[in-house]
Design a protein around this ligand. Structure first.
Ligand SMILES: [Zn+2]
Length: 310
């Protein structure tokens, strides 16, 4: 199947994961998608924080009414004028203390309410996200890949499951990737070997090396046999080449680099030699020795390597 050229919109970022959640009060259904209105009934979604705020306000109001009723009962039931004043004063003190305490703990009280809401509605949230996920699958079937991917991306920001990651990767493998696309890699690493993920990662490698983080390199090393079986030794050697981006990575993966030293194109190997020479006090282990030997064997007459030949 030919790959689709699509345009992805910018991702909506939130400080906390849960802030993506919103609810349609009419359908009583949660969603994490970008839509402002519910696709089922057209009502405007209410953000989870707004929801927790309104529940919190309602609770405060009910508690205030309860206190007021208690004070009124005290006044009505007072046998003497003295008892009436006494219950009035006690009631007022109680209301003032209640207001002060509420304002002092308003933030933590609100977060307690929010946590309770997330806990109580966990099943409902799960069902809502399943509905979002079905909408994304429908988009995939209709070949609306940009819409499908954007939905899966929103879901993936809240749920870190392998299933969501794999679905995202499958869509990504059907589109033409570009550097300006706000691509992700580390957040898509699955917990076991996945051929589609490796295929995607190798595509990313061609357009944006910077996304290949330590975790991603470690994934390739861990599943190296499967990677070589499915994608050939050159792919693993290309991954080893990306570790030369940073001194820290070279130190961390020096053994891995050593294995592929002879496979590196000249410019990558030259880069490594430059880094090794610029940091003479660093303990590079056997990597330094191997690199020196390779210079002598393969690049002895190359003017670019002249300053590395002793
Ligand atoms: Zn609705």
């Amino acid at each position: 199947m030919a790959k689709h050229a699509i345009q992805l919109s910018k991702k909506k970022r939130t400080k906390y994961r849960f802030q993506k959640l919103k609810m349609c009060k009419k359908c009583n259904r949660y969603s994490v998608l970008k839509d402002k209105a519910c696709p089922e009934c057209g009502s405007t979604f209410m953000g989870i924080e707004g929801l927790a705020h309104s529940i919190f306000k309602k609770r405060l109001f009910t508690e205030a009414i309860r206190i007021l009723i208690l004070v009124c009962i005290g006044i009505i039931a007072a046998p003497t004028v003295k008892a009436l004043y006494l219950s009035l004063i006690v009631g007022m003190i109680f209301v003032i203390v209640y207001i002060i305490l509420t304002f002092a703990f308003i933030k933590s009280e609100y977060f307690t309410e929010l946590k309770k809401l997330l806990r109580v509605d966990l099943r409902k949230i799960g069902a809502g996200i399943q509905f979002d996920s079905d909408l994304a699958l429908e988009d995939v079937r209709e070949e609306k890949l940009a819409a499908a991917y954007e939905k899966l991306r929103e879901i993936g920001d809240l749920i870190y499951s392998d299933q969501v990651k794999m679905r995202r990767v499958m869509v990504l493998n059907d589109i033409v990737l570009r550097r300006d696309m706000e691509l992700e890699l580390e957040s898509l690493i699955p917990s076991s070997y996945d051929k589609d993920f490796v295929k995607y990662a190798l595509e990313v490698l061609k357009i944006n090396r910077a996304l290949f983080t330590k975790k991603c390199i470690a994934y390739f090393i861990h599943y190296r046999d499967a990677v070589i079986r499915d994608f050939g030794i050159e792919s693993l050697s290309a991954v080893a080449g990306t570790t030369l981006r940073m001194k820290l990575y070279i130190l961390e993966f020096s053994e891995f680099i050593e294995e592929f030293l002879e496979y590196f194109p000249k410019d990558r190997f030259l880069r490594l030699c430059n880094i090794l020479q610029a940091n003479p006090d660093t303990d590079w282990g056997s990597l330094e020795e191997r690199a020196k030997r390779l210079v002598e064997m393969k690049y002895h007459y190359d003017p670019d390597f002249k300053r590395f030949v002793s």
